[in-house]
Design a protein around this ligand. Structure first.
Ligand code: MN
Length: 352
């Protein structure tokens, strides 16, 4: 097929020749050929699709480095780059919106307090999920956004596990926050997530899947914990690590009854057996007062069965950026054999 001049290709792709030259320099869209004598760039009409994709991604505001990722990654991973970017934009916009609202009232003389006295809190977070080194698929789902942090560990044969964990997280994302009392919002979130999983299982002729759920809903001053199963939530406060969830496993029940010691628990053959899962039992709920400097960790058992509390604490106290912390935790779980899917969310409460 005949090659197009940069002018003709620019018209067809609705990009300017200047933009095309920039994309070439950045390695985003190389011309099919550069005329050796004139130096003119020539494009193949088949490159139009990629040119349009670059233009759309630019219009979205995706940074150039990430556009490069989108072009190089397989489709599903490329979609994740865009999804993650958009979550980040929404989160930043929400923070700015709250700040703008504060400034409007402050400048109108309605609020005499300066921001440092009022000290509104913000959360900064990162999320990571990984297949691990042994499992063939990743049935975990993890999510972190401005109003919701969540980890769900799906189980069951075939796609049942990942469908269950995905349904739980989707149901939570639809819950509107922070309208109304946080406890009401939490019950509503738990109810919806539970029924989403039950609906899914009802549609399955041989239901054998399910999911855990450990989620934090953020109201701006409090965190609402909704938890069922053996994923966990931890709080790092003043360099001390507290586990704030209870495992709903058969063996934890035996420890609680004094039939088993904590030490025996880690190696018990039935330690994975869940006593309750989403949709079959009532999730635990608890309110946490947010304090600047607090750091939360949510994780699936693929992390906490491989790394002991001392290791978790040491990573959480020494790695400052949430993004680096989740990366390090997953890396350590995989260095420890990566026996299971591993997911974690790290969130910092900060004074704005
Ligand atoms: Mn697991």
């Amino acid at each position: 097929m005949a090659l197009l001049t940069i002018g003709a290709f620019a018209r067809a792709s609705r990009l300017s020749p200047k933009a095309l030259r920039l994309y070439d320099e950045l390695g985003l869209l190389r011309p099919a050929r550069v005329d050796p004598s004139s130096g003119y760039r020539l494009y193949d009409p088949e490159q139009l699709e990629q040119a349009r994709l670059v233009a759309w991604l630019r219009r979205l505001g995706l940074p150039l480095a990430r556009i490069k990722d989108v072009l190089e990654l397989p489709e599903a991973a490329a979609a994740d780059v865009v999804r993650d970017y958009w979550h980040q934009v929404e989160a930043e916009t929400e923070v700015r919106r709250d700040l703008a609202a504060f400034l409007v009232s402050y400048l109108s003389g309605e609020d005499a307090e300066m921001p440092e006295n009022q000290s509104p809190l913000a959360i900064r977070y990162a999320v990571r999920t990984d297949r691990g080194l042994v499992r063939e698929t990743n049935q975990d789902r993890a999510y972190a956004g401005q109003r919701l942090l969540a980890v769900a560990d799906g189980y069951g044969s075939g796609a049942a596990g990942s469908a269950a964990s995905a349904a739980a997280i989707e149901a939570l994302r639809e819950v509107d926050l922070p309208a109304g009392d946080l406890l009401n919002v939490m019950s509503e979130a738990a109810r919806r997530a539970g029924s989403a999983v039950r609906d899914l299982m009802a549609a399955d002729p041989e239901p054998d899947g399910g999911t855990t759920l450990t989620a934090l809903l953020w109201s701006g001053s409090q965190l609402g914990l909704v938890h069922i199963g053996d994923s966990r939530a931890y709080l790092l406060r003043d360099d001390e690590l507290f586990r704030i969830t209870h495992d709903h496993t058969v063996v934890q029940g035996m420890v609680d009854e004094g039939k088993l010691t904590e030490d025996e628990l880690a190696t018990h053959p039935q330690r994975m057996l869940l006593l309750q899962a989403l949709g079959t039992g009532d999730p635990d709920m608890r309110l946490q007062d947010a304090r600047a400097g607090d750091r939360y960790l949510l994780c699936s058992d693929g992390l906490h069965r491989v790394l002991d509390d001392d290791t978790l604490r040491s990573v959480l106290t020494t790695v400052a950026e949430p993004e680096d912390a989740v990366g390090r935790l997953v890396e350590l779980a995989n260095e420890g054999g990566g026996p299971d899917n591993v997911s974690c969310v790290v969130a910092d409460i900060e004074a704005r």
